[in-house]
Design a protein. Structure first.
Length: 420
């Protein structure tokens, strides 16, 4: 029995009524717009796009894809008939007619006779015997300009789990684990001293509560760990181009230093010669905190991004933040003259708060109605913030523009704002 079907036997699907609508970071990660802008800095509409969810399980990720990509058609595949039935029920419960679900393996993808603008292969690739072949199959059904999102387990972050799996393999618990084997793992971990390395670095309360957690961490026979060089080699072998880590905000190498503006001399002199991939490798070696190496890739012939301009023509708000709750919070921030923190409404794990002055936040309010010319937002900011705080003299147009673009730059980096 495969690891995928094994987990399905223990799977407790999320309630049908549960929705990712109020989980903006989850929606951000599942948005075609996010991947495309990260790659090309162009804004891509999801209307009429076709999206594939590989290993759709009980359909919650497919539902997330549907909400994150309005107007897209979702195709979910899984090797489990039970999972396909659950996915169909979930879409029906939420009144969605934009999805179809089929019992199908990755190898059989070409039989669909479809091409996809976005392929979501979440928590699957590291279980497959030949991930390169799987990537090649996905590439064969990826539309020009489309994106694949997939992930591999990190061999560094999960080192303790891989050592544990070797122990339980030696004990014969991994051939076809059932409830009895799960309990044997629990009894083993409970009986170990708390300062035992394996218990200290791997055992968590969730393992006491959920059989799926024990199975996926300690008894997953096909589980394999990888490094970033492994990932880049796979993409090269599959003739795919690396775009970005999906959680790129959490892979910023310079964020590991106490003072990024005062690096040791060696780093200051040499940092510019290291490629983005090499800087990711430094992060992986210095701070392997991410369970998965979660990435986007695309065809190698995809159009390169345009040159970056400091002053955009037009600004869009990322749709995941285009809610009345966020708009009202900004209005309240301005009324109370208190700073506004975007991470309170778009939680970005392991990242610093994104705080702006209330006048800056209020300048952005028209974005909740529609995209705005940059000049319109600058003028609104000038009206709300007309004086230089040090001289109390009116700020020049050049000074206002420079200040506004500098303040907004981190919001564009995190894709809260999107530039044309």
């Amino acid at each position: 029995m495969s690891s995928l079907s094994l987990l399905d036997r223990f799977d407790t699907p999320l309630p049908l009524e549960q929705s990712p609508q109020d989980s903006p970071y989850l929606l951000l990660k599942h948005s075609l717009l996010t991947a495309a802008y990260r790659d090309t800095r162009r804004i891509q509409d999801s209307q009429g796009r076709r999206i594939l969810d590989i290993g759709c399980g009980s359909g919650y990720k497919a539902l997330t894809l549907a909400i994150a990509n309005p107007g897209a058609h979702i195709v979910g595949i899984d090797i489990s008939e039970t999972s396909i039935q659950r996915s169909q029920e979930r879409f029906q419960h939420h009144g969605l007619d934009t999805g179809e679900f089929r019992v199908l393996s990755i190898e059989a993808l070409p039989s669909l006779g479809m091409q996809f603008d976005y392929i979501n292969c979440d928590e699957v690739l590291y279980l497959l015997p030949d991930p390169v072949a799987a990537l090649q199959t996905m590439k064969s059904v990826l539309a020009p300009g489309g994106y694949i999102r997939a992930n591999l387990h990190s061999i560094y972050q999960r080192r303790g789990y891989y050592q544990s799996q070797q122990i339980f393999r030696m004990l014969g618990l991994m051939d076809n684990p059932q409830e009895m084997e799960v309990e044997m793992v629990r009894e083993t971990m409970q009986s170990l001293k708390d300062n035992t390395f394996i218990k200290r670095v791997t055992w968590n309360p969730i393992h006491e509560e959920k059989a799926t957690a024990v199975l996926s961490d300690y008894l997953l026979a096909d589980d394999k760990g990888y490094t970033l060089p492994d990932l880049f080699a796979m993409l090269e072998a599959a003739d795919l181009r690396f775009v970005s880590m999906v959680n790129w905000q959490q892979w910023e190498f310079l964020s590991l230093f106490q003072n990024p503006d005062a690096l040791p001399d060696f780093w200051q002199k040499n940092l510019s010669r290291f490629t983005p991939q090499q800087q990711l490798r430094f992060y992986e070696l210095l701070n392997p905190i991410h369970r998965t190496l979660d990435f986007w890739c695309t065809h190698p012939t995809s159009e390169p991004p345009p040159a970056k301009h400091d002053i955009p023509t037009r600004i869009h708000l990322h749709p995941v933040l285009q809610t009345e709750a966020v708009r009202s919070a900004i209005a309240q921030s301005y009324a109370m003259a208190t700073p506004f923190d975007f991470t309170q409404h778009l939680p970005l794990p392991n990242t610093a708060p994104l705080v702006i002055e209330s006048t800056v936040a209020a300048s952005l309010l028209p974005l909740w109605e529609s995209p705005q010319p940059f000049a319109t937002l600058v003028e609104r900011y000038r009206q709300l913030h007309p004086l230089d705080p040090t001289t109390l003299e009116p700020m020049t147009a050049a000074a206002i523009t420079h200040q506004f673009t500098t303040i907004l730059a981190p919001l564009e980096t995190h894709q809260i704002l999107l530039y044309e």
